[in-house]
Ligand binder design. Sequence first.
Ligand SMILES: Nc1ncnc2c1ncn2[C@@H]1O[C@H](COP(=O)(O)OP(=O)(O)OP(=O)(O)O)[C@@H](O)[C@H]1O
Ligand SMILES: [Mg+2]
Length: 503
Amino acid sequence: MTDAKPVLHLDDIVKTFPGVRALDGVSFSVMPGEVHALMGENGAGKSTLMKVLGGIYQPDGGAIYMGNDKVVMAGPLEAKAKGIVFIHQELSLAEELSVAENIYLGELPRKRFGRVDWATLTERTDAILKKLNVGFDAKTRVGDLSIANQQMVEIARALTVDAKAVIFDEPTASLTDAEKVVLFDVISDLKSEGVGIIYISHRMEEIFKITDRISILRDGQYQGTVATADTDEEAVTQMMIGRTLDLSRNTSHHELGDVALEVRGLSCGKLYKDVSFEVRRGEVVGFYGLVGAGRTEIAETLFGLRDPSAGKILLDGEEVRIASPADAIARGISLVPEDRKGQGLVLGMNCRDNMTLPQVDDLKAGPFVAEGAEIAIFDQYRDRLDIRTPGWKQQVGNLSGGNQQKIVIGKWLSMHPNVLIVDEPTRGIDVGSKSEIHKLLRELAAQGYAVMVISSEMPEVLHVSDRIVAMYSGQIMRTFTSEEVTEDNLIQAISGIKSGQAA
Ligand SMILES: Nc1ncnc2c1ncn2[C@@H]1O[C@H](COP(=O)(O)OP(=O)(O)OP(=O)(O)O)[C@@H](O)[C@H]1O
Ligand SMILES: [Mg+2]
């Protein structure tokens, strides 16, 4: 970096909400052509800081500078006009509108007499989509796209602006590996054009791969900025959470009980084929594979959300037909879904009620729900999962992204299921809480639960599993014990190479 002026300089920013000092004096600069990571635990203040930059919140103190000028971001449109582009953690698209309309919302190209120039709109949009190499076009309705593709639309929208700074708030949480490659190319293009980039993520590999510097927040307080090349995961973790973590593999084993769940020759159309496995009480079985390998679909079948086209499901040795999620819950199966936003939470409802929602009927004392019992459940999982909130009365919509996810996880754990299925349990969760959740899953197994963990993160499956099922394209390629698994043979198996096992 030369003695160029920073694109952005934040000076002593303060922001409070009722009961929460979300930002407590944060200062750092972003240089042109720099990818600047912003890291911190769930609830540390990252998204809030970016919303201050994007004109969504007004700070209670401090100032923002662009070049030499002090600027006030009176609102999102003004921030955009100043060249600050924001890709949100929560998607902010209009589902009923087309991809093109979403991308150019508020700035649709017009013909004479103010009519929308659809031909130009479609042409411009398709040109951007081509650059992003996506499999949908300008006219697609946004509501029909997957979450990952909606994320790509947000990114496309960012590319239409003459940006000085682009903020990515956990952009890869729902992207496939191929989409990540495209995203990183986009970032590298922006970088070479001299745009300043702020990149928020809990994924250390990404941070160390694409960023130049890292600024760290803890409880809304600025901890410092380090050059990525001069630091490592351990040092960053220490700055974020004030301690280091044991990230080694699982070596503990508990006594295994009976087979709780057995699946024989299960198929579901083209989604997965002839899948057989068992999970014992006391066991954590990891399901590893690429996005699209069929793991989520198996989980959905076990939870009564999909009908299998062939094969059998046995619970405690008895064949069952799981007709619906209610049926699954009644049989002691819980699923922590992958898409927790869509499937898990009522944002306008408070933390406690969200967490105890599926149990409300069981907690009833006479005609009323036993409030004390509900609060006790909430308190227990708030402590265990370290959920940061001023109290159970807080609306879930006001929690940080990661803390919202913890509420969903707590909700399903508190049901004490026989079979617990978790799909990408730590997506969007900070490193400290991640290791807490891993510990909790191991403990649940030790208490006699059968646990299935679906994850796309290799360190995670290695860390929690007693056995690992490797899937590729809807089929099980191989099952490993934690003693025999290596990173190499696992990668081979999920890439579709059968080895060490008769086909
Ligand atoms: N609108 C709001 N009303 C009340 N509290 C809020 C609001 N927005 C954020 N907070 C609180 O401010 C703190 C910081 O939240 P923020 O969303 O910035 O965290 P984050 O660092 O982005 O976390 P994550 O990694 O989980 O996304 C949290 O305690 C959160 O509950
Ligand atoms: Mg956030």
